[in-house]
Design a protein around this ligand. Structure first.
Ligand code: FAD
Ligand code: NAG
Ligand code: NAG
Ligand code: NAG
Ligand code: NAG
Ligand code: NAG
Ligand code: NAG
Length: 510
């Protein structure tokens, strides 16, 4: 590919020295294969200046929060691309939640993470309710990519909490887009894939802080595959399933609100905390599983046993909590973070690949049975499959929420009934660190993705899939939604400086 070194003499050297911009998984895991420069912006005004300069030289530019995505789909493949890291643009202001009010709002900048916002709000007696995803991720990056929690009862798209999106457009000007379902600017901005510009500020909905409980039960596989899946999820504020296909079991996790006075426990959840010793042990077993199914089966059995106990500590003492249900403050229980002194799996070299597809929840049983058939066929062919992830295969759900490119939008031309919400099949798997680094029975993953996409109405998660999956799934996205989105994109970014691989695969630059 020819390098276009267009930024002038001073920056020439930099623009030509294209190198990868990595995801949270670090070197070897590019979010963008080639970028010319990474700016650590420190203010909204500086981000505008960077975009204006980029616009003048027609240089591609993408914003990045915490890089908490999986594949090389953040940018286009143009090596002159520049990145604006938003981490240091993270002011929180204008908290407005009057005493006794049931909801209010707060203004946040691009780099604000869930953890940062939750701490600020908790101190001030507020919370964001159920529109949250994970701790070390920005709200702007989540909204851009349509990220969501798991709920059929409550709005859980992060975008559902946004009241205003302040977007730096392709000229470097800020456009304020307000929630308004009759305006295509809003319906595009609500899941923008970052293609309208940099989300610089968000006015976000808040609620009085509250406590929740977390409960978890074990179900036999048959109880789910032949059960009322909607009925297992819809009654709760947030709920999901974790599938253990070798053991033929599920964990059923659910959460709901409790009175502030219900318990003095302050549970703090951690999904990713590990010690170096645990990680080394897991790495050994899982790497052996590249070649040996029995090693994967040992891993799944061990992970299942560990995951059956609460993954919570008491926040005030950092002592493990041993029994369900667990009680605590909204954010701590729903997300939490890392236990003091622990690292993440990826800090210690445990890395994963993933695939996430959404289907109408009305077809939940059919989808899971189709996956079961794939597992059975593979076992019959001498290649039994397992979950190689510490919390199993994540089955999430999403209440319907209308916008143009969201995973849980409704009223689409595929004729499927998305109005009751969606089931998401999120299949994380261990990526071996040895040999050719391919997974045990690698073709299985590709064949399964292809089968599910071909056989069901579906939508990909926008940061948890490969280019291959987006290419297969693009025809499943409503053509009229894409056309409406493209019009808004052309208005905000006529020269396509914010383009990404995802946008290109969707045909938004054709
Ligand atoms: C451990 C972990 C847990 C996760 N859990 C969930 C989950 O439960 N549910 C779920 O739906 N997703 C989940 N995700 C995915 C995550 O929510 C998305 O990938 C999210 O986009 C990451 O945000 P980020 O701030 O790290 O952005 P980055 O990874 O830096 O960027 C992601 C994309 O958003 C764009 N972008 C970032 N900031 C902006 C901005 N200010 N303006 C415009 N575009 C921008 C980037 O260009 C890029 O295309 C998880 C990811 C990880 C690593
Ligand atoms: C930007 O910030 C990151 C993370 O703190 C750091 O690794 C990097 O060196 C910084 N880049 C510049 C140019 O300062
Ligand atoms: C958040 O992620 C960054 C990398 O983007 C890492 O340096 C930092 O330690 C993480 N913080 C927490 C609290 O996990
Ligand atoms: C947008 O920005 C350009 C260049 O910075 C400026 O000339 C123009 O007046 C702005 N347009 C609007 C509508 O603000
Ligand atoms: C909670 O307890 C406090 C003090 O014990 C009491 O004043 C308050 O009314 C209780 N609130 C509820 C909702 O029960
Ligand atoms: C707390 O709330 C849960 C769920 O509503 C309920 O089952 C439990 O009995 C309550 N406990 C107390 C001590 O009030
Ligand atoms: C559903 O889509 C059709 C065709 O795109 C449109 O005419 C109609 O207004 C939409 N209905 C709602 C509720 O959005």
């Amino acid at each position: 590919m020819a390098y276009r070194c267009v930024l002038g003499l001073l920056t020439l050297a930099l623009s030509c020295r294209a190198e990868p911009f990595n995801t949270f998984d670090g070197p070897g895991h590019p979010a963008c294969n080639n970028v010319a420069k990474v700016y650590n912006a420190t203010s909204v005004e500086e981000m505008q200046t960077i975009v204006r300069d980029a616009a003048e030289s027609n240089t591609p530019v993408r914003a990045s929060g915490k890089g908490h995505m999986w594949y090389d789909t953040m940018c286009s493949d143009d090596p002159t691309t520049v990145i604006i890291r938003t981490e240091d643009v993270n002011k929180i202001s204008d908290l407005d939640l009057p005493e006794g009010a049931s909801e209010g709002s707060v203004m946040i900048e691009a780099g604000v993470t869930f953890l940062q916002l939750a701490e600020y709000l908790h101190t001030n007696g507020a919370s964001v309710g159920y529109t949250l995803v994970n701790w070390n991720i920005t709200l702007a990056g989540s909204i851009a990519m349509g990220a969501h929690r798991s709920s059929l009862r409550e709005d859980s798209m992060v975008a559902a909490g946004a009241l205003e999106l302040h977007i730096i457009d392709g000229k470097g000007n800020i456009t304020v887009v307000k929630r308004d379902n009759s305006n295509d600017d809003w319906l595009a901005a609500s899941t923008s894939l970052g293609l309208l510009g940099v989300i610089a500020r968000i006015k976000f909905k808040v609620y009085p802080d509250f406590k929740v409980y977390a409960q978890q039960k074990i179900l036999a596989e048959d109880q789910v595959l032949n059960g009322d899946i909607y009925g297992m999820i819809q009654p709760y504020a947030t709920a999901n399933l974790w599938w253990w296909p070798f053991l033929k079991k599920f964990h059923h996790r659910y959460y709901d609100k409790v009175d502030i006075n219900n318990s003095t426990q302050e549970g703090f959840q951690s999904t990713f905390s590990v010690t170096k010793t645990e990680a080394d042990l897991a790495l050994g077993i899982l790497n052996a599983g590249k070649y040996l199914a029995t090693s994967n089966q040992l891993a799944e059995t061990t992970f299942f046993a560990l995951w059956s106990a609460p993954n919570f500590h008491e926040k005030t003492t950092d002592k493990a909590i041993l029994t369900w249900p667990v009680y605590g403050w909204n954010y701590d229980v729903l997300i939490g973070g890392l236990y003091p002194g622990y690292g993440t799996e990826w800090d210690y070299g445990l890395r994963g690949l993933t695939l996430e597809l959404a289907f109408p929840v009305t077809q939940a049983n059919a989808v899971l049975k189709r996956v079961r058939k794939a597992f059975d066929d593979s076992a019959a062919a001498g290649k039994p499959m397992t979950s190689t992830y510490r919390s199993g295969i994540n089955i999430k759900f999403g209440k319907a929420y209308f916008d143009l490119l969201g995973q849980v939008t409704t009223n689409t031309s595929d004729g499927a009934d998305w109005s009751k919400g969606a089931i998401m099949f999120d299949f994380p798997s261990f990526q071996p660190t040895i040999g050719d680094k391919l997974r045990y029975n690698e073709p299985f993953y590709h064949n399964l993705a292809q089968a599910l996409i071909t056989e069901f109405p579906c939508r990909p998660h926008w940061t948890k899939n490969t280019r291959e999956v987006f290419t297969l799934a693009k025809d499943k996205i409503d053509a009229s939604h894409l056309a409406r989105f493209k019009k808004v994109r052309e208005k905000f970014d006529p020269n396509g400086i914010f383009k990404s691989i995802v946008g290109q695969i969707l045909g938004l630059y054709d």
